[in-house]
Design a protein around this ligand. Sequence first.
Ligand SMILES: Cc1cc2nc3c(=O)[nH]c(=O)nc-3n(C[C@H](O)[C@H](O)[C@H](O)COP(=O)(O)OP(=O)(O)OC[C@H]3O[C@@H](n4cnc5c(N)ncnc54)[C@H](O)[C@@H]3O)c2cc1C
Length: 437
Amino acid sequence: MTYDLAIIGGGPAGYTAAEVAGKNGLKTVLFEKKALGGVCLNEGCIPTKTLLYSAKLYQSAKDSAKYGLSIENIDFDLSKIIARKNKIVRKLIAGIKAKMAEANVEVVVGEAIGIENGEWRMENEGIGILCNNVVYHAKKLILCSGSEAAIPPIPGLKETDFQTSREVLENKELPESLLIIGGGVIGIEFATFFNTLGTKVTVVEMTDEILGGMDKEIAALLRAELTKKGIEFHLNTKVAAVQNHQIKIEKNGEKQTLEASQILLSAGRRPLIKDLKVNEWMQTENPDIYACGDITGQSMLAHTAVKEAEIAVNHLLGKNEKMSYKAIPGVVYTFPEVAGVGLTEEAAQQSGITYSIKKLPMTYSGRFVAENEMGNGLCKIIEAADGTILGVHLLGNPASELIVIAGIAIEKGMKSDELKAIVFPHPTVGEIIRESL
Ligand SMILES: Cc1cc2nc3c(=O)[nH]c(=O)nc-3n(C[C@H](O)[C@H](O)[C@H](O)COP(=O)(O)OP(=O)(O)OC[C@H]3O[C@@H](n4cnc5c(N)ncnc54)[C@H](O)[C@@H]3O)c2cc1C
């Protein structure tokens, strides 16, 4: 039997592509070797946000006196926090299974490979795919096989009992101290979780600031907030070697040894297939084969994967929408949250365009002050000379929700006065964006 479309990988890219294709009448087969939902649902976005929510409630309970409440005997049980996370994951996987059934997608559990030495070969009946010793044929193929944690060649690391973001999610006991190699988004979210529950957390970052790729001023402000909470940061610092629980670091030629009861390696992710090039419709060099999500190495975010999958399926359905990376929001679910979309100040500087910066402290928002006793934050807007909004960067809750407003404005090419003409409800923290313009 020949399918219209075969999809390899059941993460956000794969299940979105399958749903759109199935609903549009394409005979679709989806191969998944582990669990539907991919990294995002099983060991990424959803598990981490579930754990962070428990930690946030714990922190709120501890801070309750600031709001005139008294809560006694505040405590937590890590095994129950993990069990709840697993329950949420199971529930959401069931939701995806139901979506696949509704869209008439055939889901095959198993590892899919090209029929000849792993190569995707076009045969008379279509592209040949081998899974569980059965050959499937499809007219088109979308590769959505995702990414894995990058393991840098640090001397001694392989012989050490280190964890990546996957294993750390299953910790039954709270480590006394945790050393995180890598101050990117994933590392900093785990730093927040463990710090909030009482672990002594140290972050070692090779570059001069955490959250590479986000606006540096906002990242530095977050780092200051997290430092106040007791997280120790070593910037411009290289991990030279790891031995058991000792980490040898180097900064400006000076050597130091750090110790921690547990090491979390969070040094980025790499696509399962290297150097896959795609065009604006997500087609690879072979026009019958598309690639979406982390596998392309473009943005490594779930919402990008979803959009790319929609673009790819729409293209093979004959529509001509091109993928745009202009307004992909980035969110860091720390306490406080960080979010940004569009150009950072650094990117604006490098591009050589004329721009101006508009900034307001979050405390200009009445709602923010009411809900964040002693809280700090910033709303920073990057505007082109003609008033077009180029970038918005936020520190302060609920940045993860507010960034959608900015994303819409940037995607639609709105100017500041156009966004300012919109009525925002009062009192909301979102008013800060309107007020900053
Ligand atoms: C700790 C962590 C936190 C994260 N938090 C966020 C967040 O808050 N927000 C966000 O946007 N992103 C987040 N991400 C990133 C997000 O998880 C990824 O961008 C997203 O999962 C990419 O989706 P994908 O469909 O491309 O790939 P994946 O989700 O990686 O799915 C790929 C799937 O393909 C399957 N597969 C691979 N090869 C084969 C094969 N040969 N045959 C069959 N199946 C195969 C795999 O088993 C996997 O299920 C996080 C990542 C991590 C690790």
